[in-house]
Design a protein around this ligand. Structure first.
Ligand code: ATP
Ligand code: MG
Length: 574
């Protein structure tokens, strides 16, 4: 490709609201442009990278035995009503009407459509198992589109769905997809972890894993063990080693002093509490009031240095979600402003994190304005509370799996999600087949998503330096960048054209910077675009010498033009 013809408009600066490095570089290097919040145009360079990602995905799906199809993006609302998700999906679902006033939705995912199709077209166990997939544009009216392609409202996804006759079959289909995802992310040169995820209180029968690309900007937090291969989303990670002995309470509860009230005006935060009592946050008992599905209230109690894990609370209660109660509700329940809520004397259920139970004593809110309680002994004073694992894991927690290693918390970008659905959709949408005994039975399903456009950004997030993008060879839009320093120098131009023609002939993807620009701006653009190999043709052209540059090299290596060709072909296995 001749760069003079390429639509790759580079920018000197990224817009100030571009927070993620990948977002900034993709904009600056002329890969993407925003049309509206969370809606992007993929310019030619990005389209090429997407094609390469898609090719890898197609190859690995095929290897796993999946078949490609393409489902409609526009879907009748009735189908969504049948599955019960028309309401439940909420505002993320984009709804529209046709000219006859019939309601439709733009697919955020395709369980409904594919389940109906499978139910209509597959009637016998003989046609199972089958895994179907597509790569398609998805629509989700995200509350907070951000980080460029990482959280878009219109984005590309590979979604696959497996249909099996039994759970044994589903386990195999799931395993095959798990392996395919490992292969895809490995080929995309990503540092990632496959983590256990939480299936949520609803639809919770199935196992599920998320594939997390490690990056500071990642919106997910994951816990990984430094000794064994345990890795879990923080939503799911357990702070309790299931083999550990139950907590033992030591010390004499009878002789210990009773909780004593202390006046604490103006003490609102855990930090202020620590200052006031000259003690660490691990001596504080934090009480948070939650409302459950907008109706009931519960108190959740964790140590001052821990955070409540709302999903664990919801799962324990068997509900989908819990929400922090507003200030008025807290006052009504505790009789005191928010900062003075405490676990003793409440007449709502109290869930106490296990580590609170293990505290020999602590300081808690007194449910009275400007007052705290000292010398609270949870095992004595909070017998009314239910103890369990209700907190997020923290750095240094013992691994719940091996019991030896410690957990480390990392940030991740969820690029893939695989899920054992079971019969959740096949029952509702009547996707049944005749089993070996001749009986009708709902199909056992799995679903498997990978964000193709999110992957593009995630790769950029891990592959850039302070001057621009730095694509792995397998994904770069072009592999070799040829740059004659001066288009006015006929020898330079001639040599550049020769190299260009030869490499093209050998099947190498080459970008030739034939623009009549100042060398400084050509170099800057080359660094932004980030191709793996660069051949610079300058003054040495008279002696048939060129400069060879690879990512991370500050100075080029001077070699002959033939050596440059040989090297490119060797590195690219041509
Ligand atoms: P998130 O928690 O990030 O919102 P999700 O759980 O809603 O993700 P899934 O419904 O499992 O995501 O979708 C499958 C895959 O699609 C995700 O793993 C991700 O790679 C991609 N994806 C989901 N939402 C978006 C989005 N708004 N923009 C880009 N990619 C997305
Ligand atoms: Mg989402």
């Amino acid at each position: 490709m001749r760069q003079s013809k390429l639509l790759a408009p580079t920018l000197r600066e990224a817009p100030s609201d571009a927070e993620a490095a990948s977002h900034r570089w993709l904009l600056r290097a002329g890969y993407i442009r925003q049309l509206a919040a969370g809606i992007y145009t993929y310019l030619p360079l990005a389209r090429r990278v997407l094609h390469k990602i898609e090719r890898i995905v197609h190859e690995e799906m095929e290897r796993a035995g999946a078949q490609e199809l393409l489902l409609p993006a526009m879907q009748p609302a009735e189908l969504w009503k049948e599955s019960g998700r028309y309401e439940r999906y909420g505002d993320e679902l984009i709804r529209l009407k046709d000219r006859h006033g019939r309601e439709f939705a733009l697919g955020p995912t395709h369980e409904e459509v594919i389940t109906q199709l499978a139910g209509d077209e597959i009637n016998s166990y003989r046609r199972l198992p089958v895994t179907l997939y597509q790569i398609q544009t998805k629509f989700r009216d995200e509350r907070r589109p951000r980080f460029g392609l990482l959280r878009g409202r219109e984005f590309l996804m590979k979604d696959a769905y497996s249909f099996d006759e039994d759970w044994e079959g589903l386990n195999q289909s799931y395993r095959a997809m798990f392996k395919a995802y490992e292969a895809i992310l490995g080929r995309c040169d990503l540092d990632y972890r496959a983590v256990e995820a939480d299936p949520g209180a609803i639809g919770g029968e199935g196992e599920t894993h998320e594939f997390m690309v490690l990056a500071d900007i990642g919106e997910d937090r994951i816990a990984v063990c430094n000794t064994c291969d345990y890795a879990a989303n923080i939503e799911k990670a357990s702070s309790v080693n299931s083999d550990a002995a139950p907590p033992t309470i030591t010390g004499s509860l009878i002789t210990a002093p009773q909780p004593a009230q202390v006046q604490t005006p103006e003490v609102h935060t855990i930090d202020q509490l620590c200052d006031f009592f000259q003690s660490g946050p691990d001596h504080m008992i934090k009480t948070l009031i939650y409302t459950v599905d907008g109706l009931q209230s519960v108190a959740v109690v964790v140590r001052g240095d821990h955070e409540v894990n709302e999903l664990k609370v919801a799962t324990y209660l068997g509900v989908t979600e819990v929400h922090l109660a507003d200030a008025a509700t807290v006052e009504q329940i505790t009789g005191a402003p928010v900062s003075f809520a405490g676990p003793i004397g409440l007449d709502i259920p109290v869930l106490m994190d296990r580590d609170v139970l293990l505290m020999s004593e602590g300081i808690a809110g007194a449910n009275q304005v400007d007052t705290h309680l000292q010398s609270v002994i949870p095992s004595r004073d909070m017998v009314h509370a239910v103890a369990g694992d209700f907190r997020n894991v923290v750095d240094g927690d013992t691994c719940p799996h091996c019991g030896k290693g410690v957990l480390q918390l990392l940030h991740g970008i969820e690029v893939g999600h695989i899920f054992k659905l079971g019969t959740k959709y096949s029952e509702r949408l009547n996707a049944a087949f005749l089993n070996r005994q001749g009986q009708r039975q709902p199909m056992i399903m799995g679903c498997y998503g990978i964000g193709i456009s999110r992957l593009l950004s995630a790769i950029a997030e891990q592959h850039h330096d302070e001057r621009g993008l730095a694509w792995p060879t397998s994904l770069a839009p072009y592999q070799v960048h040829i740059m004659p320093v001066s288009m006015k120098d006929t020898r330079q131009v001639e040599l550049a054209e020769q190299l260009y023609a030869k490499l093209l002939e050998c099947g190498v993807e080459v970008l030739l910077d034939d623009r009549d620009e100042r060398p400084g701006s050509k170099f800057k653009d080359a660094e932004l675009i980030g191709l793996p190999y660069r051949i610079v043709i300058g003054k040495g052209a008279d002696q048939d010498l060129v400069e060879w540059l690879e990512h991370g090299m500050s100075d080029g290596e001077v070699i002959s033009s033939q050596q440059a060709i040989d090297r490119a072909l060797q590195l690219l296995h041509r």
